[in-house]
Design a protein around this ligand. Structure first.
Ligand SMILES: CC(C)(COP(=O)(O)OP(=O)(O)OC[C@H]1O[C@@H](n2cnc3c(N)ncnc32)[C@H](O)[C@@H]1OP(=O)(O)O)[C@@H](O)C(=O)NCCC(=O)NCCS
Length: 330
């Protein structure tokens, strides 16, 4: 066990289902317009998993691509962490199912349930495992099939969410200056009812009545979540930069949870940060919860906006309520 290790990004990947759900498609399902959705959220389309495509399926596809990028075999992994609020099934952890699919031997495997903050929680956990736990190779995945818990009769929430997965392979490095340089992880359970799925757990197990009451779908207080998210996005970025003595020139890219274009714009405008420092793909993929940050990070790499060795700020917030930031030298 050593305190002198750091963590590097060895590879990344994503899986995005082919099927697109456009605003025009939603107009045929609920009382809304393309103009309303674009103006309020910035979203134009989202990806939707086909029948048979699940959280595990997308996690495995994203993982294979991240492992190929890292040139690592699955049996070299020491741990698999899956961040998700749409697990394959209540038991066992989706990470265990992913491990079996990948033939990743008997490495540690567990899920994190921190909603949209899950990937940022996960990268901080991974960094601690690598830095202080002797773990050498970790696979961290955010994977969500939100379309299966989205109520497509509720126009205020169904416009927001999409499916997908993003994965990173994180590796121990002798350079202690690489990895998570600073983080904040928080939660406020008093805001649990801002975004929740009331049915299907042990409080309200599945019955004909819970199904009839649509309790297995996500419920959201949109306005309250909006105010919370704007404030957190602003405060998390400002705090991360101040605590690391970072000027915006020293930050290659800010990769925020893809929550809502207006929330992102409002936060960065108040911080005086130029939009080209912030990676946004919400117009094409909507909000994919724990998958949103790793999908954005991988796409930013594919587009040459960021790479290994760069300093990035990851910020996210979501159900719980949870919120999290990480300054990472990739
Ligand atoms: C959901 C959200 C887009 C709604 O935008 P808003 O400007 O806050 O709108 P409001 O909820 O105040 O509703 C305003 C009006 O638009 C209506 N409306 C809601 N959804 C609509 C839709 N899809 N199309 C047309 N009108 C809609 C409402 O019914 C309301 O009408 P009323 O004034 O007649 O009652 C916005 O609150 C939001 O993005 N919140 C954050 C949600 C989120 O990101 N959740 C995940 C967090 S990780």
């Amino acid at each position: 066990m050593s305190n002198s290790n750091g963590m590097v990004l060895a590879g990344s990947g994503y899986c995005l289902p082919e099927r697109r759900l456009t605003n025009q498609d939603l107009v045929t399902q609920v009382d809304t317009t393309d103009e309303w959705i674009v103006t309020r959220t910035g979203i134009r389309e989202r990806r939707i998993a086909a029948d048979g495509q699940t959280t595990m399926y997308m996690a495995v596809e994203a993982a294979k691509s991240a492992l190929a990028d890292a040139k690592l075999a699955p049996d070299q992994l020491d741990a698999i962490i899956v961040a998700t609020v749409t697990p394959e099934q209540p038991l066992p952890a989706t990470a265990c199912l992913v491990q079996a699919e990948l033939n990743a031997g008997h490495c540690a495997a567990f899920d994190i349930s921190a909603a949209c903050s899950g990937f940022v929680y996960g990268i901080v956990i991974a960094d601690r495992f690598v830095r202080h736990g002797g773990y050498k190779n970790l696979l961290l995945i955010g994977s969500e099939t939100l379309s299966r818990i989205t109520d497509y009769t509720d126009r205020s929430s169904c416009i927001l969410f999409g499916d997908g997965a993003g994965a990173v392979v994180l590796q121990q490095s002798p350079d202690a200056g690489r990895g998570v340089l600073y983080h904040q992880l928080h939660a406020d359970g008093k805001g649990a009812d801002f975004i929740n799925v009331p049915g299907g757990g042990v409080r309200h197990p599945a019955t004909a009545q819970t199904l009839a009451d649509r309790m297995h779908y996500m419920k959201m207080k949109g306005r309250d979540v909006y105010k919370f998210a704007v404030m957190r996005m602003h405060d998390l970025i400002r705090d991360a930069m101040a605590n690391c003595n970072l000027t915006i020139d020293q930050v290659k890219l800010i990769v925020p949870h893809q929550v809502n274009q207006r929330i992102i714009d409002s936060a960065i405008e108040r911080l005086g940060i130029s939009p080209d420092k912030v990676y946004v793909n919400i117009d094409r993929f909507g909000n994919t919860s724990a998958a949103s940050v790793p999908i954005a990070l991988h796409e930013a790499r594919l587009r040459g906006r960021v790479d290994r060795g760069d300093t990035v700020i990851l910020v996210a917030f979501g159900a719980g309520l949870t919120w999290a930031s990480a300054v990472v030298k990739l």
